[in-house]
Ligand binder design. Structure first.
Ligand code: CP
Length: 308
């Protein structure tokens, strides 16, 4: 298979991508998912460095598996095992990784804009694996992929993202991706976590759970991102669950065959009941599986568009 041409070596976010570019990534992901393993040596001889400055299970492993499946060498570094703990800056760390011969850097960092910053300093492709509360582009792409696989084209579909929108990079990237693909996106949750100002982006904002779920084709649950909140935005987790938690009774407000998504990690019994997370409507593990194919497509496009 010929890997299509790609205009930019970096993947920093979804906001700057067109619908055409999103489709290009998803089409390649679908081909890679179904291509025999022996034909997937597109990145043989390349070295991918995963630089994860925040914890991760799904994203880091999926990028590792994607790189290995494409026959790249892959090295993963966590903050605690790097010289960042000795006072080295992120800039110097990235320059050293480049000097060591990396062909792409996958970066997760707590500071919004850190992938953009690195992309202006170093030459090798930078792939954003989540920057603070800003963007998580590979997550949104795998979510669109999974939704299209489960409910078909997204044009006109009602998709509700429910939970801690304010502090969520997943919500931002998904809002851009889903609305570019034609979906009607509702952002729902308590007013302290879903400010009305999101309407200026083109989202429907709702603080009424029943209204936000009514006739939705899909709902994406988000956990409360305690690690990014400096103060509490609601009285208690119990109260959050009582008013906004998704349970079997409330799921009946959705369309009958609506699918339930969650980027993980799930806080069972808080934003979602276990019964629903493990139900036939849940596509949570499909999201995880599709994350490998989508990240294969991202690594191919970004790495191969860059010539040292
Ligand atoms: N969805 C997601 O980013 O999960 P991890 O933090 O485990 O990578």
């Amino acid at each position: 298979m010929e890997i299509p041409k790609w205009k930019t070596k970096n993947l920093l976010g979804i906001e700057s991508l067109s619908k055409f570019e999103i489709r290009k990534i998803l089409t390649l992901a679908k081909k890679l998912k179904h291509e025999p393993a022996k034909n997937k040596s597109y990145l043989a001889g390349k070295s991918i460095v995963n630089l994860f400055m925040e914890p991760s299970t799904r994203t880091r492993i999926a990028f590792e598996l994607a790189a290995k499946t494409l026959h790249a060498d892959v090295i993963s570094i966590a903050e605690k095992s790097s010289s960042l703990t000795k006072g080295e800056t992120l800039r110097d760390t990235a320059l050293n990784i480049q000097a060591l011969g990396a062909d792409a850097i996958v970066l997760r960092h707590s500071s919004p804009g850190s992938p953009l910053l690195l992309s202006r300093i170093i030459d090798v492709p930078i792939i954003n694996a989540g920057d603070g509360a800003h963007e998580h582009p590979s997550q949104a792409l795998l979510d669109v992929y999974t939704l299209e696989e489960k409910i078909g084209p997204l044009d006109g579909k009602k998709i509700t993202i429910l939970g801690d929108i304010l502090f969520s990079r997943v919500a931002r990237s998904n809002f851009w991706a889903l609305s570019k693909m034609g979906a009607k996106v509702t952002l729902a949750g308590p007013s302290t976590l879903v400010p009305k100002s999101f309407e200026s982006m083109g989202a429907i904002v709702s603080h009424d759970l029943k209204e936000s779920l009514a006739d939705a084709d899909a709902v994406m649950l988000l956990r409360i991102q305690h690690e990014r909140q400096s103060s509490s935005h609601f009285p208690s987790l119990e109260e959050y669950t009582r008013i906004f938690g998704l349970n079997k009774y409330r799921s009946k407000w959705l369309k009958k065959d609506a699918v339930i998504l969650h980027p993980g990690p799930i806080n069972r019994g808080v934003e979602i009941d276990s019964e629903l997370a493990d139900s036939g409507n849940s596509v949570i593990l499909d999201q995880v599986t599709n994350g490998v194919a989508v990240r294969m497509a991202i690594l191919c496009l970004c790495t191969l568009s860059y010539n040292k």
